[in-house]
Write a protein that binds this ligand. Structure first.
Ligand SMILES: NC(=O)c1ccc[n+]([C@@H]2O[C@H](COP(=O)([O-])OP(=O)(O)OC[C@H]3O[C@@H](n4cnc5c(N)ncnc54)[C@H](O)[C@@H]3O)[C@@H](O)[C@H]2O)c1
Ligand SMILES: N[C@H](CO)Cc1c[nH]c[nH+]1
Ligand SMILES: [Zn+2]
Length: 428
């Protein structure tokens, strides 16, 4: 990885150093996604089948979970099944504990204002499965949705060689999901957005994916009447802030863990110690040599580099400017820096906190904003699957008090009908 010293860079060089890979929004990808969305919206099931067959070599199918999950329980090692159950327990526990609370406040005597949370009726979930089937992402989406109380969960994922990967089926069973549609990419998002055949249109689509999937969610949600989405969640990103106490081998391992996801993934090291940057670069090369997904990781590493910061305050400013999906604080004492981070999808504090623990089983969702979206968006929470309804209860006495000021404000906006509706309560 190339090393750059932040304080010597011009403003243009700094923004180039923090730029996301251009391939994520290449014009042919943006146009290709628009065409897929339009075809599925206008052509329904037949168009969906034609696109899915052309891109992924299979027509979408609704796969029943029970037999495949039973097969997974028979064929997977017992400790792997136990590991998935452990992950499910932690994710369920964390999300059930983090359901948002209703608020009821008497803002004035007799005027009771409430915010009441309700689950969405139906959500569409996208589970990535192009390069490898990410069963963990199903747990990270469906368990928060269940904790929110969503009743109808529609899941799509790219087809595997034999239809559906058994590990995804096992994860589905742990989430109480009884079938999954095997359709992925932009066409999978289009099916959830507009409905196609027996796949119903969903008011909200959640889940991460590659650049095609992320672009499709963005375009579908921007259409008039289009679905809501959880967040922009595309190819994985990791920034590590490290001081001289960090282990080059662990930092390199964390960087490679995200680089192996996708050729469009991005990993960055920010360090106050230029000797560490050099040692990490050597470790990255050493570990890369034996990595099965070396080709993907190498391509991802081409968009990453090491940035040398004068101190940790500058490192925090770089992180806030970049807004990484994942931020590892490989520091002797990460606590003082945590408070300085405003923009990150998730923080992994200290040398023991492997990002991989968060990916699989710590408990919070690994579905997180990418592409700088962490400046304004959160990762998946129970709240992602809920909405709040405001309720107002007004006593007759409170109405008499409120009528005149409400009418005055309405007349200031030249909205006479509003004012009269308030006046009508003046003698309630
Ligand atoms: N941000 C997050 O929270 C998060 C979480 C998990 C995974 N991820 C990311 O999810 C992604 C998973 O990617 P993946 O590719 O393995 O699976 P995927 O399911 O996201 O995408 C695979 C699908 O993309 C479509 N596709 C691929 N190339 C295409 C092309 N040239 N034209 C048209 N369609 C094409 C195909 O339909 C294919 O089935 C990775 O980038 C990973 O980093 C992100
Ligand atoms: N790191 C990914 C989010 O960017 C999530 C994941 C799934 N499996 C392994 N990792
Ligand atoms: Zn990961």
């Amino acid at each position: 990885m190339k090393t750059l010293t932040w304080s010597t860079l011009s403003a243009t060089e700094r923004s180039a150093a923090l730029a996301r890979p251009a391939a994520r929004r290449a014009p042919e990808l943006v146009e290709g996604v628009a065409a897929i969305l339009a075809d599925v919206r206008d052509g329904g099931w037949d168009a969906l089948c034609a696109i899915a067959a052309r891109i992924d070599g299979a027509v979408p199918a609704k796969v029943a979970i029970a037999p495949l999950a039973a097969e997974a329980r028979r064929s997977l090692p017992a400790d792997t099944v136990a590991a998935m159950e452990l992950a499910a327990r932690n994710i369920r526990a964390f999300h059930e504990a983090s359901r948002p609370a209703d608020v009821r406040l008497e803002t004035m005597p007799g005027l009771l204002v409430e915010k009441a949370w309700r689950p969405l009726d139906r959500v569409g979930l996208y589970v990535p499965g192009g390069a490898t089937p990410l069963f963990s992402t199903l747990l990270m989406l469906a368990l928060p949705a269940r904790a929110a109380g969503v009743e109808e969960i529609i899941v799509v994922t790219p087809p595997a060689a034999n239809g559906l990967n058994p590990a995804i089926a096992l994860a589905a069973e742990l989430c109480g999901i009884d079938s999954i549609w095997t359709v992925g990419g932009a066409q999978g998002i289009a099916a959830l957005a507009f409905g196609a055949g027996d796949i119903p249109a969903c008011p909200k689509i959640c889940g991460p994916g590659n650049a095609w999937v992320a672009e499709a969610k963005g375009q579908a949600s921007a259409l008039p009447g289009g679905p809501a989405i959880d967040m922009p969640a595309g190819p994985s990103e990791l920034m590590v802030i490290a001081d001289s106490s960090a282990s080059p081998a662990r930092v390199a391992a964390d960087l490679l863990s995200q680089a192996e996801h996708d050729v469009s993934a991005q990993v960055l090291l920010v360090t106050t110690d230029d000797a560490l940057a050099a040692a990490v670069a050597i470790e990255v090369d050493r570990q890369l040599a034996t990595l099965p997904r070396r080709a993907q990781a190498e391509q991802a590493l081409a968009s990453g580099h090491s940035l040398v910061a004068v101190d940790l305050a500058e490192a925090a400013a770089i992180a806030n400017a970049y807004a990484p999906e994942h931020l590892c604080l490989a520091l002797a004492d990460p606590e003082p820096l945590i408070g300085q981070i405003r923009n990150a999808g998730a923080i992994f504090a200290g040398h023991a906190a492997a990002e991989t623990f968060g990916d699989y089983l710590a408990g919070s969702s690994h579905v997180l904003p990418t592409d700088g979206a962490a400046r304004a968006w959160s990762g998946i929470t129970t709240q992602s699957f809920m909405k709040a309804i405001g309720i107002q209860r007004v006593s007759a006495e409170a109405a008499r008090t409120l009528a005149a000021p409400a009418a005055a404000l309405a007349r200031l906006e030249s909205l006479e009908a509003h004012a009269r509706a308030a006046d009508a309560r003046a003698a309630a």
